[in-house]
Design a binder for this molecule. Structure first.
Ligand code: NAP
Length: 285
């Protein structure tokens, strides 16, 4: 594929967040457009609190085709959409906007991106599975909903702030069996689950020596998954792997949430191999 050229027909895309300069999305999506031969450009926009509404109006005025939305705007942005798809509405967050001729439609690709990556990389069949999720923040909402849609039979949610785990379990109970717990209550649960997912930010750069739970409790038949992708393999995954379990890193979720966004925007299959390589290369430089 030749190098991308920006001209008068280039279709614009971007990501809105605060902070945003660390984002790998521009590298990944520009590589995807280039690989697919699409005349498009994707940039990062530092949108500060209080400026989100104007920024969203700008999508309509300047006819951007699509935008990703990241921390801290995923909730507020819902107020400015013309339509929100069912998954994003249930999760309560939008991370992808599609501009359909001035009509802005909000989607959430985090949870479906997570599940696609988990299934492809581990081969897991989630039907009937019991799952332990650590953390009850924004990412946990999307992941929990997607796991429930794939047929997970019982989702245990353990969080440092126990009340938030109970609240999330209640909101998920219309989709599957869900129980909220404190982190100190997981000892009795760990042996019952086939999958453990770290949805907390524990272990993320720069706190790379932290783990979200005691890995000596984990049976070697469990799959251990981490949403954190910086570092690509966290201490939690390294320790778990040394106990003989199958591990799954957050990099795949990042790639596939972007791949689904690309597919919503272009209708073309995302070139995921090239997208993954672009992100890995950017970590290595
Ligand atoms: P969030 O809404 O701020 O939630 C953070 C969660 O982590 C909460 O459950 C919080 O517990 C818990 N937590 C934070 N520090 C902790 C500590 N020291 N000990 C125990 N628990 C702690 O964040 P988020 O948006 O859900 O993101 C969570 C992680 O997922 C981040 O690392 C993010 O980078 C990652 N993520 C990855 C992808 C991807 O594409 N791979 C996508 C989205 C998010 P409390 O409720 O008690 O505060």
């Amino acid at each position: 594929m030749g190098k991308q050229k920006i001209d008068s027909n280039t279709i614009l895309y971007g990501v809105f967040g605060d902070p945003i300069r660390h984002s790998k999305s521009p590298i990944m999506l520009n590589r995807a457009f280039e690989e697919a031969g699409i005349n498009a450009a994707y940039a990062a926009f530092h949108i500060k609190p209080g400026q989100l509404r104007s920024a969203i109006d700008g999508i309509r005025a300047m006819q951007f085709r699509g935008v990703n939305v990241t921390i801290p705007h995923k909730l507020e942005v819902m107020d400015y959409m013309d339509e929100i798809d069912e998954g994003a509405r249930v999760i309560g967050a939008v991370n992808t906007i599609v501009n359909e001729d001035g009509r802005l439609v909000g989607h959430n690709t985090d949870g479906i991106g997570y599940v696609r990556s988990l299934k492809e990389e581990t081969g897991i069949d989630l039907r009937g599975k019991h799952v332990l999720m650590l953390g009850a923040g924004g990412a946990a909402r999307g992941v929990g909903y997607a796991l429930a849609m794939e047929g997970a039979a019982h989702i245990y949610i353990a969080n440092r702030t126990r009340d938030k785990a109970i609240e999330l379990a209640q909101s998920m109970s219309s989709f599957t069996m869900a129980t909220g717990l404190g982190l100190d209550e997981i000892v009795d649960i760990v042996g019952k689950v086939g999958l453990i997912v770290n949805n907390t930010s524990v272990g993320m750069h720069p706190n790379v020596n932290e783990v979200p739970m005691d890995t000596s409790l984990i049976l070697n038949t469990t799959i251990v998954s981490d949403l954190v992708y910086n570092p690509m393999v966290t201490k939690f995954l390294r320790e778990s792997e040394s106990r003989g379990v199958t591990i799954h890193s957050g990099l795949g979720m990042f790639i596939y949430q972007g791949a689904y966004a690309f597919e919503y925007w272009t209708g073309v299959s995302a070139p995921v191999v090239a997208m993954r390589q672009a992100v890995i290369d950017s970590f290595n430089t």
